[in-house]
Write a protein that binds this ligand. Structure first.
Ligand SMILES: *Cc1c(COP(=O)(O)O)cnc(C)c1O
Length: 655
């Protein structure tokens, strides 16, 4: 494969772009110094030229140098993420334009909590939010409603928290309106949103509205009250705030006369552990997190989801959200987003509504491949013409339906090739931020173009975090400008990772064939994206514990270890487990058949550790390094890795 188009964008494993990197960085560091001097060029230097002659100064500088040298010496023990020999977790070499933007912006130290602390980078962050929203297919034209918005977080975990924080604000807001109406004995308008007026609606009706409906109900009700009770608005407004779940707390809110039950959050069994944390942080309790089983393709089982929703409906249990994963952390698989949207529409008709969040922390950037420069979506045929296998019908449908969900998480510090500290949260309807600020700005409510009420440059009001680095916004902005988020720009980079994964996939099949008399090599699912897992079992072995020990011994050679220097490792990989409790009986039977292990010992609950196991050990490979298959200039690391794996298998068989 010819990878020349990637050449300008990375420092390179050999430091090939050293001169460019150093040249630009030096130029921009100097430029920063000139900027300092030119703010008030008439001022005299604050640090005297004699200062450097004092022994104290010299010893301080010496100490600084000594500590920095010690730091960088220690850092040599770091994981060499940049190397094509690293195929472990979700990191790789960094995208040079973004990296330089981050390093240089740090010198200016903007704080994106608000415009006053970041006169330049807050706007860049909002622009990045628009770029991601556009990539996912959301409307970003403020003249049309709903209009999306997005911002950056420290990572995917916080973006996931933020989705539940937003959803909670919307879900229970109508109850606060109804409580206020009752308490203050206010008249109600006839509603465009509700079947009957606010004071005649049931709590079940009030907590089963879409986000757009909640916002419309709020607007129509506050507008009516403002006209009817112009002098009482302060009281009304503060009453609404006091009746909200955020003010009362879960305990009091759920025990009030409306008798709502605690809401559920539905995630696939393959969900990232941040969802468990999110439930604890939000106070919903991890007991309310329902894990929907996954099918043999490691995607959410839609029939199981359907059954869970029916049960919720029959027992009047509110569902806050259903989370779909676009690129699971362990397997890279993609949940059927289009099917989840369809189910949501079906249950909406039946009076059970819930919000949908797509956790695309890993897979979000795959959307670049599906978007043309003019913003339109590419056809499935065109998408398939770029690859051997990718994308399946399901994957194509999922990725092209993201614009129908309520919010999305994306991690620029994963497939965006940016330094750590960059996650992103995108919401389909920016008006939801009105529910997040302390004061309801009803005063401007009539403005159709209600920008006046949302001051996004006071970012800290609408997000979970406070002070935050403007440098990450700059990094993401510059990246998206140098390579816009479409199929002919950033998409080419992502395309390469998929092509390399397909190449790797074929190589694994070759190895499987070659070693078929010695071991079973099994791909437990067909990859949806660029993460590939394999299970290995020696021929003739039917014990699951022996198989896991065998794979785990092989993995010891691929694992980051405290006492092994990176230079002494030929390749670095990662591992994961396929848990019995997370998969269907059908998938368990299939896998045990393929690996020829005794299925009765693959159990959900282990009673005898010597023979039983609740999991299957998998070698896990993240295929994102740009230089894995450069066989025109450099090495073909995929072939090298497969040869090494063969060597390890044979060695382990002989031991
Ligand atoms: C990585 C990941 C997260 C968490 O993101 P961080 O940036 O590590 O906080 C959440 N969900 C998925 C699917 C992920 O892959």
């Amino acid at each position: 494969m010819n990878l020349e188009f990637l050449a300008p964008y990375f420092i390179g494993p050999y430091g090939e772009n050293n001169d460019v990197f150093e040249g630009i960085l030096t130029e921009l560091i100097r430029d920063h110094i000139y900027w300092r001097r030119n703010i008030h060029p008439e001022d005299l230097p604050a640090i005297s030229t004699f200062a450097s002659q004092s022994p104290e100064y010299q010893s301080a500088i010496a100490k600084t140098r000594a500590e920095l040298h010690k730091l960088t010496a220690d850092l040599k023990q770091s994981v060499p993420f940049f190397s094509p020999r690293y195929i472990g977790h979700m990191c790789s070499d960094l995208f040079m334009p973004g990296l330089i933007a981050q390093m240089v912006t740090t010198l200016y130290n903007p704080n994106n909590v608000s415009f006053e602390a970041a006169t330049v980078t807050v706007n860049l962050e909002l622009e990045v939010g628009n770029q991601f929203a556009t990539m996912f297919g959301f409307n970003t034209d403020k003249k049309q409603s709903p209009c999306a918005w997005g911002h950056l977080t420290s990572g995917g975990t916080v973006a996931n928290y933020e989705s539940l924080w937003n959803f909670r604000a919307a879900k229970f807001y109508p109850i606060a309106l109804a409580q206020t109406q009752e308490k203050l004995q206010l008249d109600c308008p006839s509603s465009k949103v509700l079947k009957s007026p606010l004071n005649k609606s049931t709590s079940w009706e009030l907590i089963n509205l879409s986000i757009d409906q909640v916002l419309e109900l709020r607007a129509e009700t506050l507008k009516y009250w403002k006209e009817k009770y112009p002098n009482k608005m302060d009281i009304i407004e503060s009453e609404v705030e006091q009746q909200r779940i955020e003010h009362l707390g879960m305990g009091i809110f759920f025990s009030n006369q409306w008798q709502c039950k605690q809401p559920l959050v539905l995630v696939p069994a393959s969900a990232h552990y941040s969802w468990e944390k999110a439930m604890k942080v939000m106070g919903f309790g991890s007991a309310q997190l329902v894990k929907v089983p996954i099918k043999s393709n490691m995607r959410m089982d839609i029939d199981a989801l359907d059954a869970i929703l029916t049960n919720a409906k029959n027992h009047s249990i509110p569902v806050l959200a259903c989370v779909a994963i676009m690129g699971t952390t362990e397997f890279g698989t993609i949940d059927p987003i289009h099917d989840i949207v369809e189910l949501r529409n079906k249950y909406r008709e039946q009076g059970l509504d819930f919000y949908i969040h797509v956790d695309a922390a890993w897979g979000g950037y795959l959307s670049t491949m599906f978007r043309k420069e003019d913003g339109s979506t590419i056809s499935h045929d065109y998408a398939q013409s770029m690859f051997r296998y990718f994308p399946s019908e399901e994957v194509y449908q999922s990725i092209t339906h993201v614009h129908q969900v309520d919010s999305v998480t994306i991690d620029p510090h994963k497939l965006g090739y940016l330094p750590f500290g960059a996650g992103g949260f995108i919401a389909r309807n920016r008006e939801i931020t009105k529910l997040l600020t302390q004061k309801a700005p009803y005063v401007f409510e009539e403005d159709k173009d209600s920008e006046a009420t949302i001051q996004f440059d006071k970012l800290g009001q609408y997000i979970l975090e406070g002070s935050k680095p403007g440098s990450m916004a700059a990094a993401s902005y510059v990246t998206n400008k140098v390579l816009p988020l479409d199929v002919n720009n950033f998409g080419r980079l992502i395309k390469q990772t998929i092509k390399t994964s397909e190449y790797f996939f074929d190589k694994v099949l070759e190895l499987k064939e070659k070693l078929k008399d010695k071991v079973h090599i099994c791909l437990p699912y067909t990859p949806d994206t660029n993460l590939i897992c394999i299970a290995i079992n020696p021929i003739g072995n039917s014990s699951i514990t022996t198989m896991n020990e065998f794979s785990s011994s092989i993995y010891q050679n691929l694992k980051i270890q405290k006492d092994v220097a990176p230079k002494n490792q030929r390749f670095i990989g990662s591992n994961t487990y396929l848990l019995r409790s997370n998969v269907s009986d059908e998938l368990a039977t299939n896998l045990c058949g393929l690996l020829e292990i005794d299925q009765k010992n693959f159990v959900s609950r282990v009673e005898d550790e010597t023979v039983q196991s609740d999991k299957i050990f998998l070698l896990r490979h993240t295929i994102m390094n740009p230089w894995l298959t450069d066989n025109t200039n450099g090495d073909d690391y995929i072939t090298m890795y497969c040869d090494y794996l063969e060597e390890l298998i044979l060695k382990q068989l002989a031991s």
